[in-house]
Design a protein. Structure first.
Length: 132
């Protein structure tokens, strides 16, 4: 019953109420750049300065854990989550940073965030159609 009531509440929202366009644009453009610089490029430069070559997984694992931890709180519902998808994404972005460069990591992060936003909008459209 609670799930259905929440679905009906969401279906009554306007698209702007459901997803803030400004937040969406930042999550696809600004946030990936900032996060990749902080969680991947900077630690990678430190690893290089320390003489750590290759994938540098000890450093990558630490930054991946921090990235996942910082993504464990969902501000939309106030719940803490187990950020396994974010940890996997963080590891993938680390590998891209070390093997292909920061632009590849930023692009992959942006595409991931855009895909998540598209899925969210798709679920909104489905609920709007279901409860019309």
């Amino acid at each position: 019953l609670a799930k259905k009531m929440n679905e009906m509440r969401i279906a009554r929202m306007s698209p702007g109420e459901f997803m803030d366009t400004n937040h969406l644009m930042k999550s696809v453009t600004k946030v990936p750049v900032e996060e990749e610089l902080v969680y991947r490029l900077l630690p990678s430069l430190v690893a290089n300065a320390l003489g750590i070559r290759g994938d540098a997984w000890p450093v990558g694992a630490a930054t991946t854990a921090l990235f996942a931890r910082d993504h464990s709180y969902n501000p939309h519902n106030g719940l803490k989550t187990v950020p396994i998808p974010q940890a996997l994404g963080g590891a993938w972005y680390w590998w891209l940073q070390r093997n292909r460069g920061v632009t590849h990591a930023i692009t992959a992060h942006s595409v991931n965030n855009a895909s998540a936003a598209a899925l969210k909008m798709g679920s909104y459209a489905r609920l709007r159609a279901k409860y019309r």
